[in-house]
Design a binder for this molecule. Structure first.
Ligand SMILES: *[C@@H]1O[C@H](CO)[C@@H](O)[C@H](O)[C@H]1NC(C)=O
Ligand SMILES: *[C@@H]1O[C@H](CO)[C@@H](O)[C@H](O)[C@H]1NC(C)=O
Ligand SMILES: *[C@@H]1O[C@H](CO)[C@@H](O)[C@H](O)[C@H]1NC(C)=O
Ligand SMILES: *[C@@H]1O[C@H](CO)[C@@H](O)[C@H](O)[C@H]1NC(C)=O
Length: 417
């Protein structure tokens, strides 16, 4: 495939208000499908590789331009269009095919959310989500979108659905409270989560004219991020809940793939027919965990996606941390059921300010082509690109191949009349 030529031709066909459905030979209108342990796009093997960009719908890392909405207690603000667009250009430059993006699906519990409180819908919150989905489409990228979070972060999560239904629980106090399981087991709570999923999936994007349920750009919804029970990482997510939520997503969006958002591969979930993709996260990189997970999933002829990983591989003091990233990549490249991975996590410039990079304080911020990057950091980014290109195009580039430039601001790929 020659992405550049395809994209330029396609950009002309898909201007806003011009239904993309009218161009049936546009590969962007094809759905990613699962066949056993592989993913296919337009009849060819397709692998899901790229970045986590958790802030595309709502951010917490910048001061927004004066006059723009800002929810001070959580430092929440909508990212500028330019920041969203630049990310698409960076992921393409890295050889990626997709982005995993929490806040395109997790948006509950604060005034800037899609659902600030139970049953209340804030249309303004869809603007950045619509733009991100549209820009991903323009760049020929696909999106994997979690529907809630195990935690109580600025963007919301399972605790919102509990509190909305009279269970006054917070992560700081109740993370180990057995009552957190009401999120999965209580009919009323489950119904309100489904109501949220309905609101999200039936929303029609003002740039594409497609609902999120219809839009093939979003190739997968994930039942949640790092879902656990009363002990972090216990994988205590009832299989019945997973089946219920997955079939609900497929009822609304029959062509969407469903990712089990449990933090780890739970054996009791392997038989859930509606799940297409199992997943796990790596802090730090672990070869043994990867191989165990892959073996479990291979047994049921389904796919596996490494949803997050520590790309840095060093502690803050510079000591190496975890197994070899290149060996871990090799296992994914060589195992048919391993359909891909996404590093944690990507940031760009504070566009329209193209001279400042946005930083997030967790130690895993990847800033592409930041002149201030150390030689070590750039070598890791080159290694990532080598892997992404191999997975997406089947081509081997050298591990120290120079990183292509990405202009700031990046093109929105919108044709002007
Ligand atoms: C896995 O699924 C594919 C597609 O449905 C099928 O062709 C293949 O026979 C299955 N393999 C096994 C081992 O069940
Ligand atoms: C579910 O939660 C509601 C509160 O929203 C509560 O009244 C009800 O008793 C709970 N059901 C069970 C089975 O705990
Ligand atoms: C909810 O719980 C928190 C502490 O966990 C407490 O401060 C607050 O007063 C409670 N709210 C209600 C309405 O009970
Ligand atoms: C897996 O899920 C089941 C519920 O389906 C749960 O009882 C169990 O605790 C989970 N964790 C593990 C490690 O199996």
């Amino acid at each position: 495939m020659k992405p550049t030529i395809l994209l330029l031709a396609a950009a002309v066909l898909a201007t806003p208000g011009h239904s993309p459905r009218s161009s049936c030979r546009d590969i962007r209108d094809a759905h990613v499908i699962r066949q056993g342990s592989s993913l296919l796009l337009a009849g060819k093997s397709w692998r899901a590789v790229g970045a986590n960009v958790y802030w595309l719908g709502l951010d917490e890392n910048v001061l927004p331009p004066p006059g723009e909405p800002y929810y001070v207690p959580l430092k929440a603000s909508y990212p500028t269009r330019g920041r969203i667009t630049e990310i698409m250009a960076i992921v393409k430059a890295l050889g990626g095919t997709m982005i995993r993006a929490h806040t395109l699906g997790v948006s509950t519990g604060n005034p800037l959310s899609v659902m600030p409180s139970l049953g209340v819908v804030n249309q303004q919150a869809f603007e950045s989500i619509d733009w991100a989905v549209y820009q991903a489409r323009q760049y020929g990228l696909r999106l994997m979108v979690p529907l809630t979070d195990n935690y109580d972060y600025y963007h919301g999560g399972k605790y919102d659905f509990l509190r909305w239904n009279g269970w006054n629980l917070t992560q700081s106090v109740d993370a180990n409270n057995l009552l957190v399981q009401q999120f999965y087991t209580n009919h009323t709570v489950v119904e309100s989560f489904k109501g949220y999923i309905h609101t999200l999936l039936t929303h029609v994007n003002r740039y594409t004219g497609l609902s999120y349920a219809e839009d093939p750009t979003i190739f997968a919804y994930e039942t949640g991020n790092e879902l656990s029970g009363p002990v972090w990482g216990d994988m205590d997510v009832p299989a019945d809940w997973l089946r219920d939520i997955s079939s609900y997503v497929k009822e609304l969006a029959p062509r969407k793939l469903v990712v089990d958002g449990t933090y780890g591969v739970n054996r009791t979930h392997l038989g859930v027919e509606e799940v297409d993709v199992f997943s796990d996260h790596y802090y730090p990189i672990s070869l043994s965990k990867l191989k165990e997970d892959l073996a479990l999933v291979a047994g049921v002829n389904k796919t596996y996606f490494a949803g997050e990983y520590d790309w840095v591989g060093q502690t803050s003091s510079g000591a190496s941390n975890g197994d070899s990233l290149s060996e871990w990549y090799s296992v994914i490249e060589q195992t048919p059921g391993a359909v891909g991975d996404a590093f944690w996590s990507l940031f760009g410039h504070n566009v329209p300010d193209c001279s400042t990079f946005v930083n997030h304080i967790d130690g895993f911020t990847l800033q592409y082509n930041n002149p201030a990057n150390s030689a070590y950091t750039d070598s890791r980014i080159e290694l990532i690109r080598q892997h992404l290109v191999k997975m997406s195009e089947g081509v081997s580039i050298s591990a120290d191949a120079a990183l292509p430039a990405v202009t700031c601001p990046a093109s929105t790929m919108v044709s002007t009349p």
